[in-house]
Ligand binder design. Structure first.
Ligand SMILES: C[S@@+](CC[C@H](N)C(=O)[O-])C[C@H]1O[C@@H](n2cnc3c(N)ncnc32)[C@H](O)[C@@H]1O
Length: 214
């Protein structure tokens, strides 16, 4: 029953959440057919949640760590105002090429600047206190370093949205052996100890940490 109820809740939540744009649906379908990894994309409910957060926080400047094929970047760009700017970091040219192809098809694509290379290097080039929102969704062992950079580049009141903080429920094991799960568990403790932020952890999908810089 436990497994079933999770699926039932997910289906119910999905059915009571607004639909994605047709372009985002196409991108998910093509991501699956080319990479077989559409599960890496945050999907509909988290995508709509990011859009909602961006709209209600009057966000104009966003940084994303982990573009993949561009689903979350395009979702966020759709929610940004006309003069909004989203900088997204990806180190795989193959994934970035798919993302760029879709950004070109969207009227919101011109808001997105894709930076090919190591995310930490791109973050290092962003000015202090200059951003409103950062979405962290790349290599798990670097989450702590991305969080430190987020605190530097965000203005006071800026938002940090972090995906996969349950790491496929592996962080709940008594003895954690998976390296990504170890990194995520350490990251969650780091955030929980940090006094410069307010935070709420949400049990949606693979776990989300919603954090606000004081
Ligand atoms: C989970 S996927 C991102 C999914 C995307 N946010 C979405 O919802 O559509 C993580 C991405 O981070 C990229 N990545 C991993 N380590 C990276 C690094 N150090 N710098 C830049 N990109 C990285 C991977 O190539 C992968 O495409």
């Amino acid at each position: 029953m436990e497994g079933d109820i999770t699926k039932i809740i997910e289906g119910y939540v999905d059915a009571h959440t607004d639909d994605l744009s047709d372009l985002l649906k196409d991108l998910l379908a093509e991501t699956e057919s080319i990479t077989g990894r559409s599960r890496w994309s945050i999907g509909k409910v988290e995508g709509k949640m990011l859009q909602m957060l961006i709209k209600i926080s009057n966000t104009r400047r966003v940084v994303e760590v982990g573009t993949f094929t561009g689903f979350s970047a395009l979702a966020m760009a759709e929610a940004l105002p006309k003069d909004g700017v989203l900088t997204t970091c990806e180190n795989s040219k193959a994934y970035a090429d798919i993302a760029l192809r879709y950004f070109k098809k969207s009227p919101h694509g011109q808001k997105i600047h894709l930076k090919l290379g190591a995310a930490l290097q791109t973050l290092g080039e962003i000015a202090d206190n200059s951003q409103d929102f950062i979405f962290i969704d790349a290599d798990k062992p670097s989450y702590g370093a991305y969080f430190d950079e987020a605190l530097r580049i965000l203005r006071s009141g800026g938002i940090i949205f972090v995906d996969n903080v349950f790491w496929r429920n592996k962080i709940f094991k008594k003895k954690i052996s998976n390296e990504n799960a170890k990194a995520i568990a350490a990251f969650n403790e780091k955030v929980n100890r940090e006094n410069r932020v307010e935070k709420v952890m949400l049990g949606i999908r693979d776990g989300v940490y919603l954090i606000r810089k004081k």
